[in-house]
Design a binder for this molecule. Sequence first.
Ligand code: SF4
Ligand code: SF4
Length: 162
Amino acid sequence: MSTSNQTPSDLTQVDVTQIDVAGVKELLTQKKGRMKACLSACAGCSLCAESCFLFMGKDQDPRYMPSFKVINSLGTLYRKRGKLSQAQWEEARELVFKNCALCGRCYCPFGIDIPNMISFARTILREQGLCGIFPHSMGAPDDDYKPPLPAEDEAPQTEDTE
Ligand code: SF4
Ligand code: SF4
């Protein structure tokens, strides 16, 4: 379990000093054989792309392509053995939480289970306190996203001047 003090609602900068790299490696090892086999089996053919409603709904933006999302999140985690840079953690967070709704609709003719791999990447990130809720990943315009408001008892106190 991570000792990270990053909160789930922290959607800004990732503090890499808070990442428990050993914990990340441990999780990666648990599914190493299966996940690495799937990653290396991906032919990059993009046949899965059109089965992703987000890819189609976002003008075929490659950052919403199922294979791109998994290669640049879980793939990076394996390639870097859990030691990602700040930008790589932030990219992985965006790809697996914002750019995928885990709807399970994507289809790979080679049998690669993309949603399962993205789900595993989410688990790893969540263990480090990295996650996000992005309504626009369900198709709403990006402008619709507003950071969550603090709970009432967390609201900043103002001085009573009277
Ligand atoms: S996941 Fe499957 S369909 Fe998509 S690029 Fe890889 S091999 Fe092709
Ligand atoms: S699970 Fe993710 S990648 Fe697959 S179709 Fe749904 S949104 Fe697209």
